[in-house]
Design a protein around this ligand. Structure first.
Ligand SMILES: NC(=O)c1ccc[n+]([C@@H]2O[C@H](COP(=O)([O-])OP(=O)(O)OC[C@H]3O[C@@H](n4cnc5c(N)ncnc54)[C@H](OP(=O)(O)O)[C@@H]3O)[C@@H](O)[C@H]2O)c1
Length: 289
């Protein structure tokens, strides 16, 4: 079984700096899923917040895949947290055309630290007891979020960003700590929204402040005659602690490229191109222009 998981934000919203095609069409989504199944991917990642992603998956058919979706933040003024959580999951299951899923992650885990934290966690546990969800977890933007949540609440899965530039999961020691706690680790942003794969001349000027890092990355790829895609994937897959590396694709051909690269990984050590600058490593902070 592959350790790559299919991310499907692009099935529901047109997004991504390197995205040339906008939102993936339903026909393309179906053929991406077909290739994923043939390529022995067993996990598909989605979220209620990803627009039409869940309904697209439900329409295409998800038989044979473990589905992980994410619960958005609790709306302000919500009085019945448990009821709201149950309703959200019920609606997700209906869009996905299934009666249970493998994983439900909190998309806004910082809410665990507020006054609704305990009831929110209990509600998720309740879904496990009812056998609607096998595993519960959190999706984080920075490992700094782990200290306060993982010490207070038990989770089965943590999803975090990780790539050649964003190595915080490793440098903070959390990669090992999570593994030792028996928590499944899923990483995303292996291509940093596609930025790591873009030809240097296509990189938008807003990334000028980080041109030194990007220049070093491309120079190393050229010297070693390795493609950016191969090196990015090989980096994440080289950590045995990582259970699934979530990849985003805009087309079937991109997935085929990834599956090919997965089968011809290399042993060359990748130098340290890392940055802890959140303006670069968190795409949500990228300037819009
Ligand atoms: N050959 C090629 O050129 C090639 C091959 C493969 C991939 N690619 C490019 O690489 C991109 C995927 O890069 P990646 O795998 O590193 O993933 P990524 O886009 O860095 O990370 C995916 C995550 O980004 C977050 N995100 C940020 N802004 C979002 C928004 N507006 N809407 C939805 N989600 C958003 C989501 O996480 P949260 O839910 O936590 O926010 C999502 O799970 C593809 O879209 C494609 O353009 C190119």
């Amino acid at each position: 079984m592959s350790r790559i998981a299919l991310g499907t934000a692009q099935f529901g919203v047109p997004y991504g700096i390197a995205n040339q095609v906008g939102q993936v069409s339903r026909v393309e989504a179906k053929s991406i899923l077909h290739e994923a199944y043939t390529g022995k991917l067993d996990t598909v990642d989605t979220a209620i917040a990803y627009g039409e992603s869940e309904s697209c998956l439900g329409e295409a058919g998800i038989n044979g895949f473990k589905i992980i979706t994410k619960l958005p933040g609790i709306p302000a003024g919500c009085k019945d947290i448990r009821g709201w959580v149950e309703q959200q999951l019920e609606a997700s299951l209906s869009r996905l055309c299934t009666d249970k899923i493998d994983g439900l992650l909190l998309h806004r885990p910082e809410q665990l630290l507020g006054s609704n934290g305990n009831i929110l966690h209990q509600s998720l546990e309740g879904l496990k007891d009812k056998d609607l969800v096998k595993k519960i977890g959190i999706s984080i933007y920075s490992p700094a979020e782990l200290e306060s949540t993982i010490n207070r609440f038990r989770f089965d899965i943590v999803q975090a960003p990780f790539n050649v530039i964003d190595r915080r999961l490793l440098s903070t020691g959390w990669l090992q700590r999570l593994k030792e706690s028996g928590i499944e680790i899923h990483t995303r942003s292996v291509f940093l929204q596609g930025l790591l794969l873009m030809n240097q001349d296509a990189i938008p000027p807003k990334f000028f402040p980080w041109s030194g890092i990007l220049e070093k990355w491309h120079a190393w790829l050229r010297e070693n005659n390795i493609s950016a895609l191969q090196a990015s994937l090989a980096f994440s897959l080289s950590f045995a602690q990582i259970d699934r590396v979530v990849v985003g694709v805009d087309s079937k051909n991109q997935l085929l490229e990834i599956l090919k690269a997965e089968n011809c990984l290399f042993n060359t050590e990748i130098p340290n191109f890392s940055s802890e600058d959140e303006k670069l490593i968190n795409p949500a902070n990228w300037p819009t222009l």
